[in-house]
Ligand binder design. Structure first.
Ligand SMILES: Nc1ncnc2c1ncn2[C@@H]1O[C@H](COP(=O)(O)OP(=O)(O)O)[C@@H](O)[C@H]1O
Ligand SMILES: [Mg+2]
Length: 750
């Protein structure tokens, strides 16, 4: 009772206290009559009954005392609140609901304080406000849970996974499930038969005591049962089937989550931490464990408890045994349940701290160069230690709660054990039951208490898995924003005419990134985009690649709107050299071949020759087998760009997008690449973003982009005499070049 009420915000104290007072008075009367009518030759049992009665009375009085104490403390604190809240205002003038309003105002103040404190914590823990994001997510999820209609809705949310975890059309796995069920049933049978056999052996031994006769039949049967119950037989079989089932569901879950994450659109990926997502894939196993526990652990446990209640009642012909066991189990369950509720929030905090800690670790190690450039090793170390301390602090709180709950659970089971044994000894001493039943009971007690123990560990495990699984669920519930429409057809690029018609787009509704952009790229033309950084050039490429959908207007390739063709065919047709190209940490050969998996070594080398990187690669000690490092860090900027150009050449797409593809290459190499590229782009529609205007002089059309709009368009000759932005840019660059040439001449003169 107290356990239930202790964390209740507004328990009905007066009603409870009243009931307890009446109960206590009744108990006093009972105890008094018991003492009065006690026979002079007191029997042990009567003494024990009296002791129990007095214990009940003590409990009731303690409850009354606790209630009064709580009432007294809340009253005194609320008077204090009123005093503080009134702040000298005359009591008569305060409104009737003053207490409430004051309470409200104090809580708001408290919340504000809390928020400020939290905010300070947030800034000290992480600069980027990720904590806030996570908190928001957690709150959103909580809101969703409430919307889902509590636990039932919550559990129903997880049913999303069931189709993936139910082995439809997989007779082998279904058979495994059935066999596991059989093993579980067999174990229950042994659970009853073995203690019963032990009792029988003891009874037989008391009969044959001193006669030299051996109860070998009973003992042999007992051994046989023990053998069947051992890990060598049914236990082993069950483990074997469960192992295969686990592997199967691991395959299912990893497949589901990985495919889902990879299919999510760019807006999701740019807003998520990759470390977090990797953990989500890993935590997919949490879902496995969850379902497995429900099926193979929880089910049998309830079966065990039910069977043991029946069996012990049957054994002693006495319903009191079952009653005691039920009371003890109920207390046990309450302690577990309450402990879990108290622990759940702490566990969530702990999980969050844990994630934060590993995130800091991951960030520091993966950004080692940035950390070193700014000499922030100490700072990152400090951050890591702070998050580690937070994690340790929250796990200490959790540990303390678990210890207290454990103690409560041990006590409730121990009291049950005591009472049941006492009753059994009483019955046997009266001669109604054989000595063997005492042995059976004690041996059987494990069948009853074992599952309860296991249940409590399972339930704390389950909470951990649930908290982890929530995150996975959240990822799985996020839908990709860019998907194939139902009527999508594969894109067929015949000529490669690209048309932008009044295209507008914004990453954020509050700010337009692309405004009313229209142009036509005729087949096999080269279109160049120039403009200041941040003007929206790369965004135009992303729209053409359909990383995002336009918010207004349309983009068509050979007359087909991008939204009407399949993503896969679109992505096959377009080759991109992105601004921030990155490679896998494998050999150069494998990296280039990623563009066309069936390409031969010679084809890869031809592509590298076209990208003017072949000779460079051949000068490396390991040649094409050179490992490029994470994201390609072992290559210089120019080398990396040329490897990614080689990749696109190998891909052989009909439309090519080059986003500052040669920005890190020196002018002479760039000229070489251009020569090679000219042949490559002759038959394709090409889009080029470049800062060095000399590289795009040959383009069929140059589009000058400024703040998301096309402000000028034309050929190089037209634009250099138009007196606009392009001319300014051109003049700025050519004078710079002239200046450098003159300076170098001057240097040579010296
Ligand atoms: N994923 C994104 N989310 C929000 N804003 C973005 C995103 N990517 C780019 N932006 C913004 O859009 C604008 C145009 O960016 P971008 O197309 O990359 O410019 P650039 O012309 O240099 O290639 C910039 O102001 C940039 O900050
Ligand atoms: Mg860009």
């Amino acid at each position: 009772m107290t356990l239930f009420l202790a964390d209740d915000q507004s328990p009905l104290w007066s009603q409870y206290t009243g009931t307890w007072v009446v109960g206590a008075v009744g108990e006093i009367v009972l105890v008094a009559t018991l003492i009065g009518s006690r026979p002079s030759t007191s029997v042990d049992f009567d003494n024990a009954a009296l002791a129990l009665q007095i214990l009940r009375l003590i409990f009731l009085l303690a409850l009354v005392g606790y209630a009064l104490f709580c009432r007294w403390t809340t009253e005194s604190s609320s008077t204090k609140d009123v005093e503080v809240g009134n702040n000298g205002a005359p009591v008569e003038e305060s409104p009737l609901l003053s207490g409430e309003s004051i309470l409200e105002s104090t809580t708001t103040a408290g919340q504000l304080e809390g928020r400020q404190y939290g905010a300070m914590n947030g800034t000290s823990n992480s600069e980027d406000g990720d904590d806030d994001d996570e908190e928001k997510e957690a709150k959103e999820l909580e809101k969703k849970l409430i919307e889902a209609g509590g636990w039932w809705g919550y559990v129903k949310g997880f049913s999303l996974f069931l189709p993936y975890l139910w082995p439809k059309k997989q007779p082998k796995i279904q058979l495994y499930l059935l066999l596991i069920g059989l093993c579980i049933a067999a174990e229950r049978v042994f659970n009853v038969l073995i203690p019963r056999q032990e009792g029988i052996i003891v009874d037989k031994l008391t009969q044959v005591y001193g006669t030299g006769e051996l109860p070998w039949k009973e003992v042999a049967f007992w051994f046989f049962l023990k053998f069947l119950d051992s890990r060598a037989t049914f236990g082993m079989l069950q483990q074997f089937f469960e192992f295969h089932l686990d592997n199967w569901s691991l395959r299912q879950m990893t497949d589901l989550i990985f495919r889902h994450i990879m299919n999510l659109s760019m807006d999701f990926h740019v807003s998520k931490d990759s470390g977090e997502l990797i953990r989500a894939v890993e935590q997919g196993s949490s879902l496995n464990m969850l379902i497995r526990m429900l099926l193979f652990d929880f089910g049998p446990i309830f079966l065990d408890i039910g069977v043991s209640l029946f069996y012990i009642t049957y054994l002693f012909d006495d319903i009191y045994f079952a009653c005691i066991m039920i009371v003890s189990a109920v207390f046990y369950a309450i302690a577990t349940w309450k402990g879990n509720i108290w622990g759940a929030r702490k566990r969530r905090v702990n999980a969050e701290d844990d994630r934060q800690e590993s995130k800091t670790k991951f960030e520091s190690i993966s950004n080692w160069t940035t950390v070193s450039y700014f000499n922030r090793t100490r700072y990152q170390h400090g951050r890591l230690m702070t998050s580690l301390e937070n994690m340790i602090a929250s796990s200490t709180v959790l540990f303390n709660i678990e210890c207290a709950v454990d103690a409560a659970r041990v006590l409730s089971l121990f009291l049950g054990y005591l009472c049941v044994n006492f009753l059994a000894v009483y019955r046997i001493s009266q001669g109604t039951k054989s000595i063997g039943t005492f042995v059976t009971l004690n041996s059987y007690w494990n069948v009853f208490s074992g599952p309860l123990w296991y249940l409590s560990y399972l339930s704390s495990d389950i909470t951990t898995h649930l908290v982890n699984a929530e995150r996975v669920l959240q990822v799985l519930k996020s839908k990709p924003t860019i998907t194939d429409s139902q009527t999508a057809r594969p894109l067929r690029v015949e000529n490669g005419e690209v048309r932008f018609e009044n295209v507008s787009f914004s990453y954020d509704k509050r700010k337009d990134t692309i405004k009313d952009v229209s142009f036509i790229a005729k087949p096999r033309q080269m279109i160049a985009l120039v403009g200041e950084t941040g003007s929206g050039k790369s965004t135009i490429f992303k729209l053409l690649f359909r990383f995002y959908d336009v918010t207004g207007g349309s983009i068509t390739i050979d007359g087909s709107d991008l939204r009407d063709v399949t993503l896969s065919s679109l992505r096959d047709a377009i080759g991109v050299v992105p601004q921030d190209a990155s490679l896998f940490n494998t050999s150069i050969m494998e990296n280039v071949r990623f563009a066309r998996l069936d390409a031969s070594d010679d084809e890869v080398m031809a592509a590298c020759k076209a990208a003017c990187i072949h000779d460079k690669i051949m000068s490396f000690p390991d040649k094409y087998k050179t490992k490029v490092g994470e994201r390609g860090v072992k290559l210089s900027g120019g080398e990396l760009q040329r490897v990614s150009i080689a990749r696109v050449i190998l891909k052989n797409p009909q439309i090519v997008l080059l986003d500052e593809a040669t920005s890190a290459v020196d002018s002479s190499t760039e000229a070489h690449i251009q020569d090679a590229f000219r042949k490559f782009t002759e038959h394709r529609t090409t889009f080029v973003i470049a800062h060095r205007l000399s590289t795009i002089m040959d383009a069929d059309t140059i589009l000058v982009v400024d703040k998301g709009e096309i402000v000028e368009r034309g050929t190089h000759e037209e634009l250099t005499s138009a007196g606009g932005k392009y001319q300014q840019l051109w003049e700025a660059q050519t004078t710079k070049v002239k200046k450098t040439v003159e300076e170098s001449k001057l240097l040579l003169d010296i």
